[in-house]
Design a protein around this ligand. Structure first.
Ligand code: ADP
Ligand code: MG
Ligand code: ZN
Length: 477
């Protein structure tokens, strides 16, 4: 590799407060257009904004979770620009003194730990949404999103590959979700990113000119955009060209980025302190109380699941980055931590499948952690075959009965009595002369088929390992 890529990311995350940042309007997603707005958030003259305290609290939570310094005295600034989705013609943001700065986030890329420095986290308001649709001519504006609170999380240019960028995005998302401050629904635009990419000769410590890509709405889009941009920049340089600082727009459908503006046409936002809001002053006790209320973060869960509970790094990451799965896993560990691996198998296997079918959370399936542990133990002891375990699980979900009770009622206990199974083995051998011939002819994989026949005759209750053993003994004896 002659070149090294350098990547820095600005992530905008919508905070899930009940009301907007500067007025009392609701923030519900999917409401009828222009029904969640008022004179303040549509910027009518003569109105005054009032800061929503929750926004500060949520942003400080994120700042502390990322080890940032929390500035005890900050303010709001106006970022002036004209666009139809911004009725005031300025956005209230934070310019030179962000609420949080100088933090970092660590995460794993495979088994390697990586740390990315966070330059700053500030609060700001979202703009409205332009609606283009061929059911009407022109463009309409929905102001419901005006004034929805956002935090912007700005990284240092510390990432060097699309994989690292993706892992960084996933790590931030997991923390936001874990803190409960963002709904993290990508399809609802809760998380949007601008991705900055440059290249430099491998080994250099100078930064090359960066290209900022706007309009990145999915993590896979970010990966595609970065891959595309690195390739494009290398091609320009290899052809003797030069990369100029510019802003490009990522078009995920077309799989390419298009130039929006160069450094020369960069906008001057004429930032100045917002005169309609008072400065934000935070005292030590307030910051300390938020620090003390932080939950265990995904990274710590990941390391614990991997190193203490014996899960693979992949399994640990699947559970630790999903608040709902992690909560259920923990509840089961409290019942019996020695079953960690099997509990994980259920969560990532049958339970995840069910969640997909019903598109629901684990919590909403209302599985009793103690019952799942009991089911696992019944399987381990050989009372249940893995097939019957699934039947018991389904029954458990629909009736809420304990696994032991279901096994009794349905007579699902696995038959481990060799004498009882031998009868079935003999019947199956007698009824399958053809396959038996094949077996003697060298097709030993017929054994699997014969085990299946035995399982069928035993109505799924026979122990498959025992059937296998008995069949082999009979055929070879
Ligand atoms: P601005 O304030 O103009 O948006 P910043 O210098 O604050 O620019 O950087 C914005 C983002 O771009 C940050 O995430 C930063 O890490 C990233 N960045 C800055 N320089 C580079 C570079 N040379 N290559 C890649 N990313 C960069
Ligand atoms: Mg920027
Ligand atoms: Zn409003």
């Amino acid at each position: 590799m002659k070149y090294e890529a350098v990547i820095g990311i600005e992530m905008h995350a919508e905070l899930n407060t009940k009301t907007k940042i500067f007025c009392g309007c609701k923030t519900d997603y999917g409401a009828q257009v222009n029904t969640q707005c008022c004179p303040i958030c549509i910027g009518l003259p003569g109105t005054l904004p009032t800061l929503n305290k929750k926004v500060v609290e949520y942003a400080v939570r994120m700042g502390l979770a990322c080890g940032c310094t929390i500035n005890r005295e900050t303010k709001h600034d106006r970022k002036n620009y004209f666009y139809p989705d911004l009725p005031k013609a300025y956005q209230i943001s934070q310019y030179d003194i962000p609420l949080c700065e100088n933090g970092e986030i660590s995460f794993y890329v495979g088994e390697d730990k990586k740390t990315v420095r966070i330059r700053r986290i500030h609060i700001e308001e979202d703009a409205g949404k332009l609606l283009h649709d061929n059911r009407f001519s022109g463009t309409l504006v929905d102001f419901n999103r005006c004034g929805i609170p956002l935090i912007e999380i700005v990284s240092q240019p510390d990432m060097h590959s699309p994989e690292e960028a993706r892992a960084y995005l996933e790590a931030l998302k997991a923390v936001l979700e874990c803190l409960g401050i963002c709904n993290c629904r990508m399809q609802e635009g809760n998380i949007r990113c601008d991705v900055n990419v440059s290249i430099r000769p491998a080994g250099s410590d100078q930064l090359g000119n960066r290209v900022e890509m706007k309009n990145v709405n999915t993590f896979s889009g970010a990966v595609r955009g970065i891959e595309y941009e690195i390739k494009r920049q290398i091609e320009v340089v290899e052809a003797g060209g030069h990369i100029e600082q510019e802003t490009r727009r990522w078009d995920d459908d077309r799989g390419e980025s298009l130039s929006m503006r160069s450094k020369e046409d960069a906008q001057d936002y004429r930032y100045f302190p917002e005169p309609d809001l008072v400065p934000i002053r935070l005292d030590e006790a307030y910051v300390q109380s938020i620090r003390e209320s932080l939950p265990e973060l995904p990274l710590s869960k990941y390391e614990r699941y991997w190193k203490e509970n014996g899960l693979t790094p992949y399994e640990a990451s699947m559970l630790s980055t999903d608040k709902d799965k992690a909560a259920f896993f923990e509840a089961c560990l409290e019942k019996d931590a020695s079953l960690a691996k099997q509990i994980c198998n259920w969560i990532l296997g049958d339970i995840a499948k069910l969640q997909n079918e019903r598109s629901c959370t684990v919590a909403s399936l209302v599985i009793d952690p103690a019952a799942l542990c009991e089911l696992i133990v019944l399987t381990q002891k050989g009372t249940l075959s893995s097939t019957s375990a699934k039947t018991v699980f389904d029954e458990m979900l629909s009736t809420g009965k304990a696994p032991g009770v279901i096994v009794e009622e349905k007579g699902l206990a696995q038959v481990n009595d060799e004498q009882a199974l031998l009868g079935i083995v003999e019947e199956v051998l007698a009824a399958n002369a053809g396959p038996v011939q094949d077996y003697y002819g060298g097709k030993t994989n017929v054994l699997g088929f014969l085990v299946g026949q035995c399982m069928k005759r035993s109505k799924g209750k026979g122990n498959p390992q025992l059937f296998n053993k008995l069949l082999a003994q009979k055929l070879n004896g």
